[in-house]
Design a protein around this ligand. Structure first.
Ligand code: IVH
Length: 681
C-alpha cells in the first residue's frame, strides 16, 4: 500500500465507522454486526500505527486516546449555565403560563421535554469537531472533562450536515439503570461502596482520572439546549431538529403543547411511562418555543423566565415497621433491612426496604413498631423517608445495632470513616464463602459457567467446598446425584436443581478447563479486596508470578502504576493469612496458572527502575506503543510529572504546562530518537 493509498483508506474507514457509530448509538438502528465493526476498527488502528501522520482528530480510535488527568482544568462558560426554577404542582405550571402570557401579551406555544436525572454538560464543536466538554460547575465555570466525554459513544466527535462553524450545545449525561446495576454489583464484588443512584454514578464516572475506565461505564447523553442558535433558527423545536440533523442525540420524546390540557397530558403520560425508560427522569421541562419570545422574557439572576421544571412527586405511603433483619453481603458488609407490613406503592407490593447502615437508622430514629413513610422516587428501590411520630407506640426503644454476625456470630467491626459494619470472618462466614466462590467462577474470573445458577450453593450446602481450592478436589462421582429443592412460594412453583450425569460431567470439565485461565484473571478471581480486573492485570504484569507478588513489600507495591496505599495494604493483609497462602499452594498444585506465560522472549530490562511521562504525538509509534515499549524494557509509566519522574518523553504538541513543569523540576526531556537509542542499549 502506498502512502497515498493508506491515507485514502484511513479516511474511508473513519467515515464508515463514524456512520456505523451514529446508526448504532444515536439512531439505535445498527447497520453492521459487532464483529464487522471490530474488524474495521482493528484495520484502522493498524493503519494509523503505520501512518501516524494521517490520524484524524475525529478518528473513532481517538475516543479513548486521552491521557489520565489528575486535576480537571476549570473553564469559564461562554454563556452561564443556569438552572431551572422547580415546580411541584399543575397550579404552579398554570401560574407560569399566566406569567408568560402577561409578559408577551399573547398565548405561547411550549415544548415539553423529559427532565433527565443526570449531569449537565456543555459541548463545543469547532468547525464540526468536538473540541471541549465542560461540566456545569457553579454555573459560571465548570471542569473541562473533554477526554472523558469523548468516550461516550452517543456523543459524535464530528458533526454532519450544515452545522455552524462554532456550536455550543448543552445536554445531560446519564447512566442507564441497567448499567448502574451492573456497575454496582461489580463494585460490591470487589468491596467498593456502591453508588446511591445513577446520577451519582454518572457524576463519579465523569470525574475519573483515566478515560479508559470511563469508557467501560456505558454512559449516554441527550442534548436539549443551544444557547446561541444560528440566525435562521426561530424556535427551540427547530433548534433541536437542527441538532438532530447534525448527528447529535436529541430525544424523540418531545412534544409541542399549545395549552394547559396538552401539558397536563404530557406530564401524566410520562409520570406513568417513566418506569419503562432505560434511564431515570425526575420530572419534565416546559420551554417557550419561540426564540424571540424567549428573548423578550429574559432571565432572573438564576433562571430563565421562559422555562420551568415540573418535578414528579415521589409516591409515598404509611406502613408499620415490624422488624429489622441483618443481611451479610459477599464482602462481609452488614445491611439492615426493614420488614414492613405489606403495602401497595406505585403499582407493587412493598414488604422490605433497605435501611443501609447504623447511621441512617440513627438519623431516621426509626424504632420497631413505628409507622413509617415509604417512598418510591425515580429509583426503583423503595426507601423509608421518615417516621410518623404521632403513631409511635409507648415504650418503643431506639434500635440497637447488632454486635455479632447473624450468620457466624463473630463480633462485628466498623472501620474508621466507613458507614458499614463488617463481619471480619471472611474465610468461614457462610455468605462470604459463597460470595467468594461465586466470584471465583464468574465470567471475568475463572469463567466456570457450568457452576452458575445456584450450583455453588449445593456444593457448599453438602459440605464439599469451603474454599475455592476445594473445587479442584471434586470428582464426578462425588457430585453425581446431589440436589436441592427450592420450595414453592409467592406464585412460584417448587424448583429442583439436581446434578444428573450431563450436569456433573460439565461441571468437572469446566473446572478442568479453568486451569488454562491466564494468571491475571486468576489473581482477580482470588477476590482480594480492591483488586478488580484492571488492578489484577497491573499487578500481574508487574510481578509476573504470584510468588513475587506474595513477597512484595508495601513500598514495592505502591511503586506499581496506579496502585495506591489502600490496594497495597489489602494485598499485604490477604497474603499475610496462612489460609490464603495454603489456598494458593493448593491451586498451584492442581495446575491453576500462578504466573504469566511468556508469549515473547523478554527484552533486556534496560529501563529497570526508571519512570517515564509520555506526552505528545510521535513519529514512529503511537503513544500506546511507546508506553508498551517502556514496560517491555522494564520501565514504568506514570501519568503526571513529579520530582520522582526520571524522564519526560516528548513528542510533537507536548502541552506547555507539562514542559514548564519538567523544566522547573529539572527532569530531562527526551525525544523519540533518544528513547529508541536507550532501548537499543
Ligand atoms: S434546559 C437555561 N432541559 O435540569 C436552561 N435542562 O435545573 C437550560 N435538565 O441544569 C436547561 N433535563 O441539568 C433543560 N430537557 C432538559 C433537561 C434539563 C434535565 C437539567 C439540567 C439543568 C437542570 C435544571
Amino acid at each position: 500500500m502506498t502512502k497515498a493509498e493508506a491515507k485514502i483508506r484511513i479516511d474511508k474507514l473513519c467515515d464508515e465507522l463514524q456512520e456505523h457509530n451514529y446508526r448504532y448509538y444515536v439512531l439505535a438502528q445498527p447497520s453492521v454486526s459487532d464483529f464487522e465493526f471490530d474488524q474495521k476498527l482493528k484495520e484502522l488502528e493498524q493503519l494509523e500505527a503505520a501512518y501516524p501522520e494521517f490520524v484524524r482528530p475525529d478518528s473513532p480510535t481517538r475516543r479513548v486516546g486521552g491521557e489520565p488527568t489528575k486535576d480537571f482544568p476549570s473553564v469559564k462558560h461562554k454563556y452561564p449555565m443556569l438552572s431551572l426554577s422547580n415546580s411541584y404542582s399543575l397550579d404552579e405550571i398554570r401560574e407560569f403560563d399566566a406569567r408568560v402570557r402577561k409578559a408577551v401579551g399573547q398565548s405561547a406555544e411550549y415544548v415539553c421535554e423529559l427532565k433527565y436525572d443526570g449531569l449537565a454538560i456543555s459541548l463545543t464543536y469547532t468547525y464540526g469537531l468536538l473540541t471541549q466538554a465542560v461540566t456545569r460547575g457553579d454555573g459560571v465555570q465548570g471542569d473541562d472533562v473533554t477526554n472523558n466525554v469523548k468516550t461516550i459513544r452517543s456523543i459524535p466527535l464530528r458533526l454532519r450536515g450544515d452545522y455552524p462553524p462554532e456550536l455550543e450545545i448543552r445536554g445531560e449525561i446519564v447512566m442507564p439503570r441497567a448499567e448502574f446495576e451492573r456497575l454496582n454489583s461489580e463494585r460490591e464484588e470487589i468491596g467498593d461502596n456502591p453508588f446511591a443512584n445513577p446520577r451519582n454514578a454518572a457524576a463519579g464516572s465523569l470525574k475519573m482520572q483515566d478515560p479508559k475506565e470511563v469508557a467501560k461505564r456505558k454512559l449516554d447523553a441527550y442534548l436539549y439546549y443551544i444557547p446561541n442558535p444560528p440566525e435562521n433558527v426561530k424556535t427551540h423545536y427547530d433548534a433541536l431538529k437542527k441538532a438532530k440533523s447534525w448527528g447529535l442525540k436529541v430525544s424523540d420524546n418531545i412534544a409541542i403543547c399549545r395549552n394547559m390540557a396538552q401539558i397536563t397530558e404530557y406530564i401524566n403520560d410520562w409520570n406513568k411511562g417513566r418506569r419503562h425508560l432505560p434511564y431515570d427522569i425526575d420530572g419534565i421541562v416546559i420551554k417557550v418555543n419561540d426564540l424571540a419570545l424567549q428573548q423578550q422574557l429574559g432571565y432572573t439572576a438564576k433562571n430563565p423566565r421562559w422555562a420551568i421544571a415540573y418535578k414528579f412527586k415521589a409516591e409515598r405511603v404509611e406502613t408499620l415497621l415490624e422488624s429489622i433483619d441483618y443481611q451479610v453481603g459477599r464482602t462481609g458488609a452488614i445491611t439492615p433491612v426493614a420488614n414492613l407490613k405489606p403495602v401497595l406503592l406505585a403499582g407493587t407490593t412493598v414488604k422490605r426496604a433497605s435501611l443501609h447502615n447504623a447511621d441512617i437508622i440513627a438519623q431516621l430514629d426509626v424504632r420497631i413498631g413505628d409507622t413509617v413513610y415509604v417512598e418510591k422516587g425515580g429509583e426503583i428501590i423503595p426507601k423509608i423517608v421518615s417516621v410518623n411520630l404521632d403513631k409511635r407506640p409507648a415504650g418503643a426503644q431506639p434500635v440497637k445495632f447488632i454486635g455479632h454476625c447473624p450468620e457466624c456470630n463473630t463480633p462485628l467491626i466498623r472501620k474508621e470513616g466507613e458507614a458499614a459494619h463488617y463481619c471480619p470472618n471472611e474465610d468461614s462466614c457462610p455468605p462470604q464463602i459463597k460470595g467468594k466462590l461465586e466470584h471465583f467462577i464468574s465470567r471475568k474470573a475463572m469463567n466456570i459457567d457450568s457452576l452458575g445458577e445456584g450450583k455453588i450453593e449445593i456444593l457448599y450446602d453438602h459440605g464439599l467446598v469451603k474454599n475455592v481450592a476445594d473445587l479442584y478436589d471434586l470428582t464426578y462421582t462425588m457430585i453425581l446425584g446431589l440436589e436441592k429443592v427450592i420450595p414453592a412460594g409467592e406464585g412460584k412453583k417448587e424448583k429442583r436443581i439436581s446434578f444428573r450425569e450431563k450436569t456433573a460431567e460439565n461441571i468437572i470439565k469446566g473446572i478442568e478447563q479453568s486451569k488454562q485461565v491466564p494468571f491475571p484473571r486468576v489473581l482477580y478471581a482470588l477476590g482480594i479486596r480492591y483488586v478488580g480486573e484492571t488492578v489484577a492485570k497491573k499487578l500481574a504484569a508487574h510481578f509476573k508470578a504470584i510468588d513475587r507478588l506474595m513477597a512484595a513489600s508495601f513500598e514495592e507495591l505502591i511503586q506499581v502504576d496506579e496502585i495506591g496505599d489502600k490496594i497495597a495494604e489489602s494485598v499485604i493483609l490477604f497474603f499475610q493469612k496462612p489460609v490464603h497462602r495454603e489456598m494458593v499452594e493448593r491451586l498451584r498444585t492442581h495446575g491453576v496458572q500462578m504466573e504469566l506465560t511468556e508469549t515473547q522472549p523478554s527484552e533486556p530490562q534496560l529501563l529497570q527502575g526508571k519512570s517515564f511521562v509520555v506526552s505528545g504525538v510521535f513519529e514512529h509509534h503511537s503513544r500506546d506503543e511507546i508506553k508498551k515499549l517502556i514496560e517491555r524494557f522494564g520501565g514504568k509509566n506514570v501519568s503526571s510529572i513529579s520530582s520522582k519522574t526520571d524522564y519526560v518523553l516528548a513528542g510533537a504538541n507536548m502541552g506547555p504546562a507539562k514542559k514548564a513543569k519538567a523544566e522547573k523540576l529539572d527532569i530531562p526531556i527526551i525525544s523519540e530518537e533518544e528513547f529508541e537509542k536507550m532501548i537499543k542499549g
